[in-house]
Ligand binder design. Structure first.
Ligand code: NDP
Length: 322
């Protein structure tokens, strides 16, 4: 650890949670340093239009929104940098974070906002038409397919929730379940199965998403009968789970079995004092830009209080000057 920089408040991650934490931490004079990670701007940089973030009456493109967040954080004084946290050491204060495997930062407080990544099927056609009818977020993109036929793949609570959401907007929702049963909770399954415009295809796998520049149908395979079917749809939603970007903190921070960081209810505090988590890395339920931003604000306020108390304790511990 030869090259060590000391910072008051280190933020890891650059989605709505990280940037909002940076805005609040800057205004509280914590002089935050934010490392953007592999995908600056996070998941919103791979979406198209965002219509449900308050304050943008005409809607805004996801990538532009993240540029706005970044600019606002910079204007408040946040030090925003390219770079990726590659190792952390939370065993003693100040906490140590390695950046890009070459430089160490010592931080009095750390805000983790590393987000989550949607899981994809891995089909080339899914990738090619991503943002052109293929989406991993029904709440974000369902509205663009009002009155049309759409498909969704997955059979967990998220897929059920999103299928129900889509059923209120779209004429028919074709739901593809790869086994003969769903993983989702019974109540969610019952709701899906009793919704007339959701058509469930059991034992069905997606072979291909079809369409030149936008989705126009999908080809599916019934893995019991080997029958292939083409279903005309305008959108294909993938809801097969998310992966929280928390691998770096395994064994150090408390997380649930899926890897989501556990924060104390009503706060952003992790099990290590002075280390806070916000956004999708600790939220498997809501996962919205606005909820991520709100939790980023909470993390900065929690960090401010923590650092204030730490400073006070250090001053008390100093011998009085003659
Ligand atoms: P889950 O991991 O629970 O479910 C993923 C689903 O996707 C499974 O049905 C799985 O099928 C299917 N799947 C995975 N890979 C593929 C593939 N390659 N092709 C086709 N299907 C595939 O993820 P969720 O996001 O649904 O939920 C995550 C957690 O969040 C859960 O604990 C859930 O209960 C919780 N949650 C709670 C909510 C609430 O309380 N309101 C709302 C949303 C989520 P298979 O079953 O065959 O493995």
């Amino acid at each position: 650890m030869s090259d060590i920089e000391k910072v008051h408040c280190l933020i890891i991650g650059s989605g709505p949670a990280g940037y909002t934490a940076a805005i609040y931490a800057s205004r509280a004079n914590l002089k935050p340093v934010l490392y953007q990670g592999l995908q600056p701007g996070g998941q919103l940089t791979i979406t198209t239009e965002v219509e449900n973030y308050p304050g943008y009456p005409e809607g805004i493109m996801g990538p532009q929104m993240m540029i706005d967040f970044e600019k606002q954080a910079q204007r408040m004084g946040a030090d925003i940098r390219w770079g990726m946290a590659t190792k952390v050491d939370f065993s003693s204060r100040p906490y140590k974070v390695e950046i890009d495997e070459e430089k160490w930062i010592e931080a009095d407080s750390v805000i983790i906002a590393t987000g989550a990544s949607a899981k994809w099927l891995g089909l080339p056609s899914e990738q090619r038409l991503n943002g052109h009818g293929v989406s991993a977020c029904a709440v974000c993109d369902g509205f663009f397919f009002k009155g049309q036929e759409v498909a969704i793949v997955g059979a967990g609570d998220t897929a059920c929730e999103e299928a129900l959401y889509l059923s209120k907007l779209c004429s028919t929702v074709h739901m593809l379940v790869r086994r003969g049963e769903m993983r989702a909770s019974k109540v969610m399954q019952d709701r899906v199965l009793s919704t007339p415009n959701i058509k469930v295809y059991w034992n069905s796998e997606t072979l291909e998403v079809l369409g030149e520049n936008k989705v126009d149908s999908i080809k599916i395979l019934n893995n019991k009968t080997n029958e292939e079917t083409i279903i005309p749809v305008k959108a294909f939603f993938v809801a097969i789970g998310h992966e929280p970007n928390s691998q770096l903190f395994k064994g150090l921070l408390d997380m649930d079995e899926a890897g989501y960081l556990i924060t104390q209810p009503g706060s952003s505090k992790t099990n290590i004092e002075g280390v806070f988590a916000c956004g999708d890395v600790q939220d498997k339920i809501y996962r919205q830009a606005v909820t991520a931003a709100g939790s980023g604000c909470m993390a900065a306020l929690d960090a401010e209080r923590y650092l204030g108390a730490l400073e006070h304790a250090q001053m008390q511990a100093q011998p009085a000057q003659a």
